[in-house]
Design a protein around this ligand. Structure first.
Ligand code: ADP
Length: 430
């Protein structure tokens, strides 16, 4: 039951003062008796406070000093609170220890970094994969320990939507994948996995596609050459063969463009662009692309307009950028009905530059948009067989843009048309 200490104290004080007053009256000194009584009470209270302060500061873990009344209650209350606190702390400590032990047993490296990028904690795998040393590296900035420029750029960029795959700092034949997540007050959690097996498999796949495409090119050139000669030298004596020959030639040419696109893709995936990058004048490139698109359109009479509101240059590879932009413009010609409108624009704002190709063609349903850049993805296979596309065009565009830190944005409304935009960040502009 809870005691009302205020009433108890007032009651005790009352009885003490009454006793002092009566004793004082009996001795003929009531005022002195009251003063002595009150001083006694004050002295007792001060004595208890001093014991309390001494216990709290010198022996907080021990049971509190014995006393009665309100002070005893205070001592016990605080002592119980302390014990509860201690038990909760021990429970939390054991949870932390369990988490640390299980994280330490992970085969992936786990590194905890503070908001400025200094190392706070890591598990055993981080020592094995990244070469971190405890306790020497604790508190060091991550850049002092992982110096690969690709990692430094990735870490400083601050946007960790995609993981980063680079060779291990200890052994270049081991590939590591870095995943960084922000939490709390800007602290970062870094997970590092050994992806050597996956990387080698991926490399085998790329090499296989590149080799097959390369090997098929020569025989196909021979086939196309002979077909051309046979068609050219046809004197009309065997008209039954002319149609199959034309069909064979058409399909062989399709295979040639497929192989070219596959080779282009594998080159984009494997080669480093940086060394050969130069400032590229997009505004000077566009009239040529428009002319080629008009030639492709031919009798289909598309109205192709061009609008350049900036002369910004992009740091990059001219051949790749030309191929990406041409792909978008040729797609617009291929998929827009005869006489349709195609508008190419090149503009700039403070976030970067944008090359857009809009058409008033058939448009693409919403559910296809996020898959368009997948290899061989087709919205409508019947539509494709008539246009002769390879299904690799937008995959090439996406790869080229990725190599230029750009992004492909697609908006489309069925029946009204589509807009494909290459967006380049301001850092790429000159
Ligand atoms: P393809 O060689 O088949 O043209 P792409 O990768 O260039 O391959 O394009 C993928 C698909 O996106 C195409 O098959 C087509 O269905 C659709 N597509 C691309 N551009 C347009 C466009 N301008 N209008 C409508 N559909 C388009």
């Amino acid at each position: 039951m809870e005691v009302n200490w205020f009433r108890v104290i007032i009651g005790r004080l009352f009885w003490l003062l009454l006793a002092c007053l009566l004793a004082g009256l009996a001795l003929g000194q009531p005022a002195w008796a009251l003063v002595i009584g009150l001083s006694g009470y004050l002295g007792w209270t001060l004595y208890q406070m001093q014991r309390f302060q001494h216990w709290l500061h010198n022996r907080p873990g021990d049971p509190p000093p014995e006393t009665t009344g309100m002070w005893g209650e205070i001592f016990d209350g605080i002592y119980h609170m302390q014990r509860r606190d201690k038990r909760a702390r021990a429970r939390l400590q054991s949870v932390i220890e369990r988490i640390q032990t299980s994280t330490a047993a992970l085969s992936d490296a786990v590194v905890v970094l503070d908001k400025d990028g200094h190392l706070e904690w890591w598990n055993h795998s981080a020592e094995r994969l990244l070469g971190l040393r405890a306790p020497d590296d604790s508190g060091q900035h991550v850049h002092n320990l992982l110096r690969d420029p690709r990692f430094v750029e990735y870490f400083d960029r601050g946007s960790y939507r995609e993981p980063l795959d680079i060779p291990s700092p200890l052994n270049i034949s081991t590939w590591l994948q870095y995943n960084i997540t922000r939490y709390g007050n800007g602290e970062r959690l870094m997970l590092v996995r050994d992806v050597t097996r996956l990387h080698n498999l991926e490399q085998m796949r790329k090499d296989f596609v590149a080799n097959v495409s390369h090997e098929l090119r020569t025989p196909l050139t021979v086939v196309v050459g002979y077909l051309e000669t046979m068609i050219d030298s046809d004197d009309g004596s065997n008209p039954r063969w002319l149609r199959p020959l034309h069909q064979m030639q058409q399909q062989a040419r399709r295979m040639q463009s497929l192989l070219n696109d596959l080779l282009m893709l594998s080159r984009l995936e494997t080669s480093e662009a940086r060394a050969e990058e130069k400032p590229v004048n997009i505004d000077l490139m566009l009239p040529g692309i428009r002319k080629d698109a008009l030639a492709l359109s031919g009798e289909r009479q598309h109205n192709i307009t061009l609008e350049c509101t900036t002369q910004a240059r992009i740091m990059g590879l001219e051949t790749e950028l030309r191929s990406a932009i041409s792909n978008l413009v040729y797609n617009a010609v291929k998929y827009t009905q005869d006489g349709g409108q195609i508008h190419i624009s090149w503009s700039q704002d403070d976030r970067g530059a944008r090359l857009s190709v809009s058409d008033n063609g058939p448009g693409i349903a919403q559910e296809h948009l996020h898959r368009l850049t997948e290899r061989f993805y087709r919205v409508d296979s019947s539509r494709n067989s008539t246009t002769g596309g390879t299904g690799l065009g937008l995959a090439i565009v996406k790869h080229v843009l990725m190599r230029h830190q750009g992004e492909l944005q697609i908006t489309s409304t069925l029946g009204q048309g589509s807009t494909f935009s290459c967006v380049f960040p301001a850092e790429r502009l000159i």
